[in-house]
Design a protein around this ligand. Structure first.
Ligand code: NAP
Length: 318
């Protein structure tokens, strides 16, 4: 971990240390820019909680999220990126177009900020949800679905994510039940129709989740509530996938343009609507949110940021 050296001129501050932030840090440092990445918890972000990651290209045996994050981290530092463990209190937009990033210990004034702060999947708040996270409760079908091949899976939610992910799960098992609290899906009609006509998916509208139950090691049952009849009943399930929306972490940049769902609007170069402010990974308006797409976003953001800094300096980008 690093500290700002006296009189050091910093080019880029990256806020958030998941795959997007670490990839941006590596690419920016490798481009010769003075790069600081600030992460509040530990480098890796949400990747750290993945037990076995089997779809990251280049690893033909599953790798733990912890080990992959460690490799991202070491690779970024090997190229000269500075990793700071700290919260960020504020990002101030200065009149000259620069940004001042305020942390409890020091301030950094830089021409470029890359937001890689991610998004937090909304929790439903049912008893048992936190206890069984990683033991049958999941928020990512692509990541965890293959662990429940041919098992009985409950999906909670009625938007595009719940429907899309149910369709993904229906390829792994014939036993998917999706519950939604209303009498119709919020999801786009074409996606909702595919769910309702899928033989492997049973749709139960007007249902809510009371509780997730298990034997301490894994999910075994859920308690459901039928809103129409008022009935509560227990039913065996091996896994519960919850997709009730996400909250992108954008509070630090209230001046950035956001889409209707609260994600930072970027173009293909990861440029936000504010010059010098870039965004990468789950915090931006991308359509497929994966570790590989976050890493790709980070690389693109760093590359575009390097071009932006060179333009500011009036030099050709090499
Ligand atoms: P979303 O569109 O906000 O849908 C959330 C769903 O969860 C809604 O059906 C909502 O019910 C339900 N819900 C919310 N809080 C709940 C609670 N406490 N208990 C039970 N149910 C609850 O979120 P999303 O599906 O994650 O999608 C987020 C954005 O990404 C959307 O803009 C979506 O279009 C986009 N997306 C697009 C695609 C695609 O195009 N293929 C795929 C995934 C996501 P109500 O309907 O009653 O409000």
């Amino acid at each position: 971990m690093s500290e700002l050296k006296e009189n050091e001129k910093v080019d880029i501050i990256i806020i958030g240390g998941g795959p997007a932030g670490l990839s941006a840090a590596q690419y920016a440092a490798r481009a010769g820019l003075s790069t600081y990445m600030i992460e509040e918890m530990a480098p890796g972000g949400q990747t750290l909680i993945i037990d076995d990651l089997e779809n990251y290209p280049g690893f033909d045996e599953p790798i733990s999220g912890f080990d992959l994050s460690d490799r991202f981290h070491r690779q970024a530092e090997n190229f000269g990126a500075n990793i700071i463990l700290s919260s960020v209190d504020a990002v101030i937009r200065n009149d000259d177009g620069s940004f001042t990033v305020k942390t409890p210990s020091q301030d950094y004034t830089v021409p470029v900020v890359i937001m890689a702060t991610g998004a937090k999947r909304k929790l439903i708040g049912a008893p048992g949800e936190k206890e069984y996270q990683g033991k049958g409760v999941s928020y990512c079908a692509t990541c965890d679905g293959p662990f429940f091949r041919n098992k009985k899976i409950l999906v909670v939610g009625g938007g595009d994510s719940a429907c899309d992910e149910s369709l993904f799960l229906s390829k792994l098992t014939e036993n998917v039940v999706i519950i939604h609290r209303r009498d119709r899906f919020r999801a786009q009609k074409s996606i909702a129709d595919n769910v309702e006509h899928n033989d492997h998916i049973e749709t139960r509208f007007m249902h809510t989740l009371n509780e997730i139950k298990g034997d301490g090691k894994k999910v075994t049952h859920v308690s459901l509530h039928n809103v129409e009849t008022g009935e509560d009943y227990d039913e065996p399930f091996d896994a519960v996938f919850i997709f009730i929306g996400a909250n992108p972490s954008t509070a630090l940049v209230p001046f950035a343009g956001l889409d209707d769902d609260g994600y930072i609007i970027t173009d293909d170069h990861m440029r936000s609507t504010i010059p010098g402010l870039f965004a990468a990974g789950d915090v931006r308006n991308g359509m497929f949110k994966q570790i590989i797409t976050a890493a790709s976003d980070g690389a693109i953001a760093a590359h575009a940021a390097a071009q932006y800094i060179d333009e500011l300096r009036g030099q050709a980008y090499v």
